[in-house]
Design a protein around this ligand. Structure first.
Ligand code: NAD
Ligand code: MG
Length: 328
């Protein structure tokens, strides 16, 4: 494992250079503001009719249409949704300077060949391991969110140095920047969100809720047990791993954890995880997701609707409304 810290990074390669951020959502806003506060020359590229234009200007940033924004930039960061990066790249490629660097926060578009960059460009990845809001907040407090760095194409020989300078500018180097590849970042990121973080966790919660409600328990009590209290456990894991969780839960909870956890996540679940990973690695997942986008996302909307109309959502909204200390 190779990790770069602030002391390993020379940011002088970025001084007097323009950094263009395309997109002003979760990551775009955080990167643009952090880089500006670090003293770099930032230009934001947005659609003139989009909702973010006024917001970026109100934040004190220079905003231009994407094809104007990329002109003269040493780094062009693609911080739009992954599925629009292909058409966005095609619309700005002729305006990007020779030898400039394309930067991504997730490897999907490059790894799955949605974007096939010009041969003269450097192509790098700086992937913060956290949402944009946290990237901004930690930076403002003098800390940073750790990042991954990768180089896909090194046309100039300076790709890694420039990527690391950018990671320092957004605060990531304060927490450490680990070297990876586009393939490793893309495949592990997709696997994590599908099998564990988003897909696995929400399905586990909903299945637990349905089991309790079907057995005749009150939905409100079930909600507290399987959704509300999850935060306590996740915070302990986040701060101190399995050890900290075991230190703070009761012996009864720890015993139940150890004898019952492996019955829920059993050989079948592990085989399903392996199948999910294989479909990510062989491109099946990417192909299907791109086709779903091209079809106008009918399945996405249908499944999202089912998720949002589940009874746990109704119970949860009512109960959360009574806990005025919760942040929306
Ligand atoms: P987002 O959905 O929050 O924001 C996207 C922004 O892109 C919008 O606000 C809009 O300003 C802009 N946009 C949309 N369509 C556009 C178009 N056609 N042309 C120009 N601009 C357009 O996106 P995000 O979650 O910040 O994701 C950006 C990148 O960061 C993605 O590659 C994503 O995988 C990656 N990433 C996200 C997170 C996260 O926690 N959200 C974490 C790590 C990496
Ligand atoms: Mg789900």
């Amino acid at each position: 494992m190779q990790m770069y810290l602030e002391a390993d990074v020379d940011t002088s390669c970025l001084s007097d250079q323009q950094v263009t951020i395309l997109g002003y959502g979760s990551q775009g806003r955080a990167h643009a503001l952090n880089l500006k506060d670090s003293g770099f020359n930032v230009v934001v590229g947005l659609r003139p009719d989009g909702g973010s234009w006024a917001k970026a200007e109100a934040d004190g940033l220079t905003v231009k249409a994407p094809s104007d924004a990329v002109k003269g930039a040493a780094i062009v960061a693609f911080l739009t949704p992954d599925m629009v990066q292909k058409s966005l790249y095609q619309s700005v490629v002729d305006d990007i300077a020779d030898g400039a660097t394309l930067l991504f926060a997730h490897g999907f578009a490059v790894h799955f060949k949605q974007v096939e960059p010009r041969a003269d460009l450097d192509v790098v990845l700086i992937a913060p391991k956290g949402p944009g809001g946290l990237v901004r907040r930690q930076y403002e407090q003098g800390h940073g969110v750790p990042c991954l760095v990768a180089v896909h194409q090194d046309a100039t020989g300076d790709a890694l140095g420039l990527a690391l300078a950018y990671s320092a500018g957004i605060g990531g180097a304060r927490a450490g920047v680990i070297k990876t590849t586009f393939a490793e970042e893309t495949e592990t990121d997709l696997f994590g969100e599908q099998a564990v973080l988003c897909g696995g966790t929400t399905e586990l919660i909903v299945a637990g809720f349905e089991t309790l409600v079907a057995a005749g328990y009150q939905p409100e009590v079930a909600y507290y047990e399987v959704m509300h209290e999850l935060k306590l456990i996740v915070d302990l894991l986040h701060e101190g791993g399995l050890r900290k969780m075991h230190k703070f839960i009761s012996d009864t909870a720890a015993w139940g954890d150890m004898i019952s956890g492996p019955r829920v996540v059993d050989a079948n679940s592990r085989a399903a995880m392996q199948a999910i990973l294989t479909e990510i690695q062989d491109g099946t997942f990417a192909r299907n997701w791109i086709a779903e986008n091209e079809a106008g996302m009918p399945e996405f909307r249908r499944m999202m609707n089912d998720d949002l109309e589940h009874p746990i959502e109704k119970v949860g909204a009512d109960l959360r409304g009574r806990m005025d200390w919760l942040e929306e």
